[in-house]
Design a protein around this ligand. Structure first.
Ligand code: 5AD
Length: 393
């Protein structure tokens, strides 16, 4: 199974390439490979992440061709005659970006965390939780299985803020993955040093997932003791300027967060100039200070947030988070995708560890085999006319 359609390079202009997918032209950035017109590549999030042989590409393109056009037709049908906020957002997504939906894998490689975020079940004050760390070689091996074995072209490496993984270890991991099974590596390791991030860029990672959590400074300081919003924003901007594809956003439905805050959150997300957004409903964890909060409106608020962000930033990639699925197991992902979302994640953390990554309770899909999760996502995407692939920009 594959989660990307290979594109044929038409033009190369320094670091910008034009790639064609069944005669649709897209742009992508390339600084990892020597390319000439006629080469075949995979691009993820607008970045060339793999070069493949013409014979392999032709095989894969053959298997896609018919399905690709059928899915498009279905998506066009479902996106026509929009009537409400979510449908309008969906029709904008359709018009601006077509029917491609990136499917990323996520490996939660450590649940150790030095921070004490009030909303998070991994906060360092929580003693009862069983902590784990995957060894660097174990992470490289898991990445290989998912990229080469299962066809993922983008992989999020997520952990708490865990200094045990110093620059040497993290560079070793990124290098090891890029040598064995190149892909878009997206780091989600928290507020680490800017120079560390630079080293990891040089090692070949090209994405960072770092939410600012809330744009309300006083809520931020309250929920993240010892940290301030300005520092976080400044790091996000620096990472963007380094060349990282940055995925940012916030939690929706936090205690004390108003509708006005949420609009400001969306504005901040759009103004940071990053390419990808991630908004998730806040889900109270029973063992945290925010346990008693009533979050019954989080789900709808989060879906409307996706829609508003899509309207504000028509060409963004917007992730539909697992937290939506957690709150609505049957329809959460679909609702997000039908309200402007166009990106998903599948949890590929080794099964024995998944339940210990306890950021919030009842996480969806933690007991499912990766293959079953993939099948479920592919069924959903087919049902709504989306192609499980990323065509670049
Ligand atoms: N509910 C929803 N999302 C949460 N996160 C942490 N705790 C919770 C919670 N209780 C999110 C944060 C973080 C991401 C990895 O998980 O937004 O950035």
């Amino acid at each position: 199974m594959c989660y990307a359609i290979p594109g044929k390079v038409l033009e190369v202009e320094d670091k910008a390439v034009t790639v064609s997918y069944f005669d649709e032209k897209r742009r992508a950035r390339n600084d990892l490979y020597e390319l000439i017109p006629g080469d075949y590549v995979y691009a993820q999030g607008g970045i060339v992440v793999q070069k493949i042989s013409a014979s392999e590409a032709t095989e894969i393109l053959k298997s896609w061709k018919e399905l690709f056009f059928k899915l498009k037709e279905k998506d066009t049908r479902l996106a026509s005659n929009p009537k409400d906020l979510r449908q309008i957002a969906n029709s904008i997504r359709h018009k601006e970006l077509g029917n491609s939906c990136c499917v990323h894998g996520i490996i939660e490689f450590s649940n150790h965390c030095t921070q004490r975020c009030l909303y998070c079940g991994l906060n360092s004050g929580k003693k009862a939780i069983k902590r784990y760390r995957m060894a660097p070689d174990e992470i490289i091996e898991a990445a290989y299985d998912n990229i080469t074995g299962l066809g993922f072209k983008a992989l999020v490496l997520q952990s708490g803020e865990d200094d045990w993984y110093d620059a040497d270890k993290l560079v070793y991991i990124v290098n090891g993955i890029m040598k064995r099974s190149p892909a878009l590596i997206i780091l989600s390791i928290g507020e680490r040093d800017e120079n560390l991030y630079k080293k990891l860029y040089d090692a070949g990672s090209r994405g960072v997932l770092l939410r600012f959590e809330t744009s309300n400074e006083s809520l931020y300081s309250e929920f993240k003791p010892g940290r301030d919003l300005k520092g976080r924003i400044s790091l996000i901007e620096k990472l963007r300027d380094t060349g990282y594809l940055v995925m940012t956003g916030f939690q929706v439905g936090l205690p004390g967060q108003t509708q006005d805050d949420i609009l400001k959150d969306i504005e901040l997300t759009a103004s940071l100039g990053t390419e990808m957004f991630s908004f998730g409903p806040f889900i109270p964890h029973p063992d945290t200070p925010l346990a008693g909060h009533n979050a019954s409106e989080s789900l709808d608020l989060a879906i409307d947030t996706i829609a508003r962000a899509r309207i504000m930033k028509p060409d963004a990639k917007i992730l539909v988070t697992t937290a939506l699925e957690t709150l609505d197991k049957e329809e959460g992902l679909k609702k997000g995708l039908m309200a402007g979302g166009n990106s998903l994640m599948i949890n590929v953390t080794p099964a024995k560890l998944r339940r210990f990554y306890d950021i919030y309770p009842g996480r969806a899909s933690i007991d499912m085999e990766v293959k079953d999760q993939v099948d479920k996502v592919l069924r959903l995407l087919k049902d709504i006319g989306r192609a499980p692939t990323d065509l670049g920009l």
